[in-house]
Design a protein. Structure first.
Length: 314
């Protein structure tokens, strides 16, 4: 994974709880800067957080991320908001598990809160590609519409819809889905209740697909209690036991086996490894149900085994 030194060159307050950060690389350039991509921000040795890109230069020298301060979070947003212009840190990536597909069909973009960052990048891209699309940006109130000015600067006109709960009431997801052209796709990012509402309303979608990205681990997922199982390294046949209290990632690291990792919540996909055999208990929020069903790869930070042993391609 590409990790480079970067300096915070501009920090801008967007709302009472969201700030925008522009980082400039000290040397070199990033490749793979595209809509839906995120980067790893190395805030401390054991504090790495993932944030979606919303703006960047095509030379790969600088990029922008916007971060919401979560008072009850795990410390990442607090550390981000404590940064000052001139501070330096390392940035890894980018990687993309929320890829905007090439299409000639209509696209509907639905953003909730800070989930607007990848959605804005998609809107900008679709506008340049002259694709037929529309954007819905859902916030509690105008005061918290951090990306509203950026969306409006694109000149989207009737294609852009800002929905403020305190002004407009409950958003009608079903009406949006029913109004979509047959075969049109939906891309959505936001808090879990919003994603669940989109998925529920999307059961009536006519032919298209719903693509979504979480920025917090889903509490809706139902999993069996943790059990004891074994993991085998395909390369040398070594077998290790994973107890109820351990993760696969912890066991691998305890035995000196290097695996990239980031969020440790199954959100970023950094710790994805290939699976040679065995049945996986997928607990991540990255892989689609279809990808999980193949049992060909897994996120070792959260996922476990349904079979007695997993053979990993390590």
């Amino acid at each position: 994974m590409d990790i480079r030194r970067a300096r915070l060159v501009q920090k801008t307050r967007l709302t009472p709880d969201i700030a925008d950060f522009r980082f400039e690389l000290a040397e070199g350039r990033f490749t793979g800067l595209e809509p839906g991509a995120h980067v790893d921000i190395h805030l401390a040795e054991d504090l790495i957080r993932q944030y979606s890109l919303w703006n960047w230069d095509h030379a790969g020298k600088w990029l922008n991320i916007a971060v919401k301060h979560e008072a009850d979070g795990r410390g990442g947003s607090k550390a981000m908001h404590a940064l000052r212009e001139g501070d330096e840190l390392h940035i890894g990536g980018p990687r993309n598990h929320f890829t905007l597909q090439d299409t000639v069909q209509h696209v509907t973009l639905i953003a909730g809160g800070i989930g607007a960052t990848p959605i804005y990048a998609m809107a900008h891209h679709l506008l340049n590609k002259q694709t037929d699309f529309r954007v819905y940006y859902l916030v509690r109130s105008r005061e918290y519409a951090a990306m509203d000015a950026q969306f409006r600067s694109l000149g989207l006109n009737e294609r852009y819809h800002l929905h403020c709960d305190d002004e407009n009431g409950v958003f009608d997801f079903s009406a949006v889905m029913q109004s979509m052209q047959a075969g049109g796709d939906v891309y959505t990012c936001g808090p879990e209740p919003m994603l669940q509402a989109v998925l529920k309303a999307g059961t009536g979608l006519r032919g298209g697909s719903i693509h979504f990205e979480r920025f917090a681990a889903s509490s809706e997922m139902d999993h069996a209690p943790n059990g004891v199982f074994e993991i085998e390294m395909e390369s040398n046949g070594a077998v290790y036991t994973v107890t109820k209290e351990q993760t696969i990632l912890e066991v691998l690291r305890d035995h000196g086996i290097h695996v990239d990792y980031g969020c440790s919540e199954g959100l970023c996909g950094s710790c994805m490894v290939d699976v040679a055999s065995g049945e996986v208990d997928h607990r991540d929020s990255v892989l689609s149900p279809e990808e999980q069903a193949t049992n060909e790869f897994m996120c070792v930070c959260v996922s476990r085994a349904l079979s007695k042993r997993l053979v990993l391609r390590l």
